[in-house]
Design a protein around this ligand. Structure first.
Ligand SMILES: NC(=O)c1ccc[n+]([C@@H]2O[C@H](COP(=O)([O-])OP(=O)(O)OC[C@H]3O[C@@H](n4cnc5c(N)ncnc54)[C@H](OP(=O)(O)O)[C@@H]3O)[C@@H](O)[C@H]2O)c1
Length: 322
């Protein structure tokens, strides 16, 4: 018998229940994974509260984890029993054990611990597609990343700096400003106390930025558009403050690029997933990007982790221990 987080309804963090579950033998093409660490992502809050629909209830949510392969089903060639692996974007992570398609697994290099993999894979692969594909950062660019001290934010700041960009980041407190600065953010701006668009124009001498990586949504979208340099790109990849209303998209100025992105669009095949993960592990191995575990919670207390994430009390990555 093992334990998993089950939600029987959508709602606040209190909907999570720690219950006994029976895991069947893995089917064809699947493996059974004993999880040693699970990642927490902002998207989990959207599934928990119902703002993103769940296919059915009861449900076990969570997209990211790491562990050891315990058993393999028929036809599995990608991994073997005993392998240390991670994954992202495979729903059902909030559990001690699970069956999972073998093709979604990513072998972990020796230098990356299970906790780091579970905390960083989804966010690191997101940083990869944002910085290398949605808008490909060049040395000499200036870019703006919101929530610069958050999970995705700390990775994007470090990687963008490594690519030779000047990095401007928004944060909600002085403590988070220090954390962002320690992770490659050249110009942290407290967007609770300062007009970030004015500050960006001051910092860039009125030229604006080549890219905005926008994950706050309704609260910042229009100001983010206003700081784009001619031919600059706004990549919308989240909406922590609420979705962007349709009428805002009509305000995108001429000569600016806009892309709405999701990791799923860049990880459709196993080859894509392995390529993104390799790029991420390479910058980690070089020491250019560090996966900073800002806080750890027992998986059974994941409700507390959600409350902290939604209250903007977390920094860096968050890991859940099953
Ligand atoms: N599309 C994709 O492929 C993809 C993949 C991964 C993540 N995402 C998105 O990227 C963003 C970051 O994800 P993450 O998991 O790394 O989370 P995170 O950045 O660790 O946490 C979210 C941060 O957003 C900021 N925020 C601003 N307004 C907020 C509000 N009203 N409520 C809560 N937080 C608010 C807070 O930072 P401050 O306190 O500094 O403001 C908070 O710490 C999320 O929007 C997520 O949905 C998208």
């Amino acid at each position: 018998m093992s334990k998993a987080i089950i939600q029987h309804e959508t709602g606040g963090p209190e909907v999570f229940k720690w219950e006994d579950v029976t895991i069947s033998d893995p089917g064809a093409g699947e493996v059974r994974l004993r999880q040693t660490a699970v990642g927490l992502n902002f998207i989990d809050t959207h599934l928990r509260d119902g703002s993103y629909p769940l296919a059915s209830l009861p449900a076990t949510i969570g997209f990211e984890g790491a562990g050891v392969v315990e058993a393999v089903g028929d036809g599995v060639s990608e991994v073997s029993v005993g392998d240390r692996v991670g994954y992202c974007f495979a729903l059902g992570a909030y559990t001690q054990e699970r069956n999972i398609p073998a093709g979604s697994l990513i072998p972990l290099p020796d230098g990356v611990g299970d906790k780091e993999a579970a905390a960083g894979l989804l966010k690191g692969m997101t940083a990869q597609y944002l910085l290398r594909q949605a808008y490909r950062v060049k040395a000499g660019d200036t870019v703006l990343i919101h929530a610069a001290a958050g999970g995705v934010g700390t990775l994007v700041c470090q990687w963008a700096k490594h690519l030779g960009a000047t990095v401007i980041g928004t944060v909600s407190s002085e403590e988070k400003a220090k954390s962002a600065a320690a992770h490659g953010c050249d110009h942290p701006i407290n967007y609770e106390t300062e007009d970030f668009a004015e500050r960006v124009q001051d910092i860039t001498g009125g030229k604006g930025v080549q890219a905005v990586y926008e994950s706050i949504g309704v609260k910042t979208f229009l100001q983010s558009l206003s700081v784009l340099a001619p031919h600059g790109t706004l990549a919308l990849f989240g909406h922590a403050s609420g979705p962007v209303p349709d009428e805002y998209f009509a305000k995108i100025p001429m000569d600016r690029y806009y892309i709405r992105t999701t990791l799923g669009a860049y990880t459709a095949t196993r080859e894509d997933r392995l390529t993104l993960a390799k790029d991420f592990f390479d910058v980690v191995a070089q020491g250019a990007v560090k996966i900073e575990i800002g806080q750890t919670f027992p998986l059974k207390d994941v409700g507390r982790a959600h409350a902290a994430l939604e209250a903007r009390k977390t920094t860096g990555q968050t890991v859940l221990i099953p």
